[in-house]
Structures are given as C-alpha cells and as structure tokens.
Ligand binder design. Structure first.
Ligand code: NAD
Ligand code: TDX
Length: 370
C-alpha cells in the first residue's frame, strides 16, 4: 500500500491513469491535485470521489504552501506529475501560463517533495515520476533515426521549451539533492477523455457535426501515435520498477502523417454510419448521414508556426529494461476511440458549448484555406 499524489489527474492522461491505477492497485491511496483549468474534466472521476476511492484537491501546483500541507496530511511516497499546460497552439498564442505551470509549478512540486522526503527520511523509498514529451527533442526529417533517451534537446515551441525546462529542473534535483526522480518522454497520446482541442478528437467531433476538418499545411507532418492505455501501463511500470535518475521514452510505434490520420478517422466514421442507421438521426449534419464520405470535409489551412515535421520514438530501453511494450494497434485503437466519442456525446457537448468556442474562433478564424 502506498500514498500516491497524481498531479493533473483531471486532464486527459491523468483521468486514464487514475482509472488504471484504481483498478490495478486497489490498496494504494490516491490523491489528485488539479487546478481545474479549461482542460480538466471530473465527470469520469465523480463516482470515485463520491465513494472515497480517490481524494480530489482543487488547487495549483504553483501553491507551495498547499503542497506542503498535502504532503504532511497524506504522507505521499509516490508522485506522478502530469499537471501542465499541454496544447502547442495555445502556447503560441499565449506562452505565459506554460512557463508558470510547467516550469514554476514543477519547481514548487520538486521542492515540496524533496523537503518532505528529506525531513521524514523517506528519500530512498520514494519516487517522483515526471511525465514529459517527445517534443523536447525537436523535429526529425524523414530519414533520421527515432528519438532515443540521449537525443539532444532542441525544443521548438513555447510549450516544448517549457517542458524541456521542467525536465532539466527534475534532472538537477536528482543529481544535486538526490531526489529519487525518473522522467518519461512520450509521443502523441490518443483515446478516451482527450480534450476536443487536440487533433484526433477535434476531427472526430467536426466530422460528426459536418464541420470542416482543418489540416494544417499540407498534412505531411508525422506523429507517433500512442494509445493512452499503453502509456498509463508504461508510467506505472516506470514509477514502480524504473531506475532512479533514468529517462524512459514511451512511443506507440505508429508513425502516421496527419493526412492519413484524418483519412482513417473519416473511413472509420463512414463505416460506423453504414453499420448503424440510428447514427444518421443523431448526427444529421455528418456527410455519412447522406451516404457521402466524411473526407469531403477535409480542408487544408494555414500551417502552425514552427510546426515540427516529424516525431518518432525509439522505445527499446523501456522494453529491454522494464519489459513494457506498447501493444494497441493504431487502426483498432482509433476505431475504439471513434466509438467512445460517438457513445459519449454528452461529455464533449458540455465542453464545446462553453468557452471552447472562443478558442476555436481565435485559432481557426484567421486561418485561410490553402
Ligand atoms: P491535459 O491538458 O489534458 O491535462 C492537464 C491537466 O493539468 C488539466 O486537468 C489541468 O487542469 C491541469 N493543470 C494545469 N495547470 C495546473 C496547475 N497549475 N496546477 C494543477 N493542475 C494543473 O494534458 P494531458 O494531455 O493529459 O497531458 C498530461 C501530461 O502529459 C502533460 O504534462 C503533458 O505535457 C504530457 N504529455 C502529453 C501528451 C499528449 O499527447 N497528450 C504527450 C506527451 C506528453
Ligand atoms: O486542427 C488541427 N489541425 C492539424 O493539422 C490540430 C489541432 C492539429 N493539427 C496537426 C498538428 C500536429 O502536426 O496535428 C498534429 C497533432 O496536433 P496536436 O493534437 O495539437 O498535438 P501535437 O502538437 O503533436 O502535441 C501533442 O503531442 C505531444 C500534445 O498536444 C502535447 O501535449 C504532447 O506533448
């Protein structure tokens, strides 16, 4: 039995991690701290909160006094740090929040963990897992080898730079103070509970609603898609069995360019409508409701500034040292994800009806078709 703190547990990966942890390690005591930004959603956590299977604290990781109180009260010996501002396009519009949360917030959390573990002589048995991204390594050309743990850092967006800074802080706390920290750098996640601002849910929801599918640039940019369930299993393996001071890359082994991803989403939705006639009544604006392909909605729009061309992860260290291999097939995972968004319409409608509309106008309003 361990006392665990999960930061950002009301976000996309955080919610999935909470559910995986709860199911697989029923004796651990879980506390989630989350600032409840626009990206948070506690609908899926509510049953766990009500039945006291998790403890949810609404607060910011930048609040050192709050963190100190939580450590004193709950005696955490494991921290899984996921809280972050996470959307690249928002970091281009307004980088400040990224520095505040991703850099200063990570610093406050490192300090609170170190102070508590030192004072209580818990350094040896404790673990601090910092969840980071492949974007810190920059961009690959078509033929370069995939990122490995020793690839030099070359972040290109304010988001990536803020995550790189946080990785460096974590490393420095491990080397200088002996904080028992580990870092994971993973590729693009997809799956249930992902905020509609990100590529895959955005395209699924727009297709269902008969709205344009805005692909940035020519759509040749490549991402390595990782199902969130594989990612969560890898995170638990690293925090429980990883070697302190080490970095582990986590990737799906599924490199796809954005045109292919959007095309696959369209085909998956077309097939779902062909199989289930009730979908035509539920989503009448979707082209598939008139037996046309969702592909007719694809639009190429002004590119993202500084758009990284390709990310790819070499995950052999994770497989060799910890025996964890990512196993979800991309087409199967995408089909399951499309089904999840179809079945959970109320979940995403509640998000897209609020302040999200302002973001859509800001990010897409001035992008002309190319
Ligand atoms: P997300 O944006 O869906 O969730 C982030 C959560 O952090 C939200 O619930 C938000 O309210 C919370 N948060 C933000 N600022 C906070 C603060 N100051 N204090 C406490 N909570 C705060 O992000 P995600 O996609 O779930 O990503 C989780 C982590 O994984 C992030 O660190 C991200 O950088 C990293 N990551 C994500 C991906 C991906 O594809 N989604 C890939 C690589 C790495
Ligand atoms: O409308 C869009 N059109 C489009 O073509 C959006 C939202 C995205 N894209 C492109 C940009 C990227 O090439 O799709 C690709 C994926 O975009 P995002 O979903 O915004 O992800 P990305 O920028 O790759 O970053 C993600 O992976 C690494 C996460 O958001 C980060 O948190 C993570 O660190």
């Amino acid at each position: 039995m361990a006392n665990i703190l999960i930061t950002g547990g009301a976000g996309f990966i955080g919610q999935n991690l909470v559910h995986t942890w709860r199911k697989t390690r029923p004796d651990d005591r879980l506390t989630v701290i989350d600032a409840m930004t626009y990206a948070a959603n506690i609908t899926s956590l509510e049953p766990l909160i009500e039945s006291r299977q998790i403890n949810l604290v609404k607060g910011s990781i930048t609040d050192g006094a709050l963190l100190r109180d939580l450590f004193d009260q709950h005696q955490f010996t494991r921290v899984a740090h996921l809280a972050a501002e996470s959307h690249v396009d928002r970091s281009i519009e307004d980088p400040e929040a990224f520095l505040t949360t991703n850099v200063l917030g990570t610093f406050a959390l490192l300090k609170a963990s170190l102070d508590f573990w030192r004072a209580n002589k818990l350094l040896e048995q404790s673990r601090f897992l910092h969840v980071s991204t492949d974007e810190v390594y920059g961009s690959l050309s078509a033929h370069e080898p995939a990122f490995c743990e020793t690839t030099p850092y070359r972040p290109n967006s304010p988001y990536a730079a803020s995550k790189a800074a946080s990785d460096h802080l974590v490393r420095s706390f491990e080397v200088t103070y002996g904080l028992p920290a580990l870092i994971t750098n993973c590729s693009n996640n997809y799956g249930p509970y992902q905020h509609p601002e990100k590529l895959i849910p955005l395209m699924i929801i727009h297709a269902l609603e008969g709205k344009a599918l805005p692909i940035y640039g020519d759509g040749s940019n490549i991402r390595d898609w990782l199902h969130v369930s594989d990612h969560c299993e890898a995170l638990i393996a690293v925090i429980e069995r990883g070697h302190v001071g080490e970095t582990y890359n986590v990737g799906g082994g599924n490199e796809q360019n954005n045109r292919n991803v959007v095309g696959l989403i369209c085909e998956t939705i077309d097939r779902a409508f062909a199989k289930d006639s009730k979908l035509k009544d539920r989503f009448p604006a979707c082209p598939a409701a008139d037996d046309r392909s969702c592909r007719s909605l694809i639009t190429f729009v002004t590119d993202r500034p500084g758009h990284d061309h390709r990310y790819a992860i070499n995950a052999t260290k994770l497989a060799n040292e910890l025996g964890k291999r990512c196993s979800v097939d991309f087409a199967a995972g995408l089909e399951q994800t499309v089904r999840w968004y179809i079945e959970n319409e109320a979940w995403w409608r509640a998000i897209i009806s609020g302040s999200y509309r302002t973001w859509i106008e800001k990010n897409y309003g001035n992008r002309s078709a190319v």
